[in-house]
Write a protein that binds this ligand. Sequence first.
Ligand code: MD3
Ligand code: FE
Length: 206
Amino acid sequence: PVEVAPGAVHVPGWLAPDAQADLVRRCRDWSRGPAGMRRHTMPRGGVMSVAMTSLGWHWAPYSYSRTLPDGTPVRPFPDLLGDLAVRAVTAAYGTPPAADADPYDVALVNFYDADARMGMHQDRDERSPAPVVSLSLGDTCVFRFGNTETRTRPYTDVELRSGDLFVFGGPSRMAYHGVPRTRPGTAPPKLDLRGRLNITIRARGG
Ligand code: MD3
Ligand code: FE
């Protein structure tokens, strides 16, 4: 594991190829239907270039709810991702989450086509201080990890590749971050994935 900043730990190649392929298949299932992939419209009218699927709780800028705006139920949070998050935190920090920590109960699956980007932002919609677990699949991206004060410099650019784990806890939980670009065509051929998937696993809390 590589500590990029206090509480921000990168574990390159954490997911074996078979585990990556299994997660890609599951993401395809979760992406279908009315509770599946959608591009959100921001409050000022812009449409996000990243498409998202929510599991457990539906995220839309800037809040969580139990249903989609049209009343469609959110897909349940899969036990598989709860188990994976606990294993991920343990791999990154060397110790499992505290017994009384908020349970992981939300996952956001982000899909990036060749043109998708995510601007610098903080994740402030959870009420829990639990670390956020991020799993990357498919195309490599440039991930920009900033500071807690401003959406500008200083920041560090890190390449995230298929199978990489990143955990963001402690003082890094409120850092600004974004994805300025992906590297189209870099996904492992066996995944048969054009683009990038990122799964974040979170505790909503409260
Ligand atoms: C640092 N996703 O879903 S993952 C997001 O690659 C998001 O799709 C990006 O930012 C992606 O909100 C970045 C890395 C990440 C995720 C959550 C964080 C970094 C974080 C929360 C707090 C601090
Ligand atoms: Fe984020």
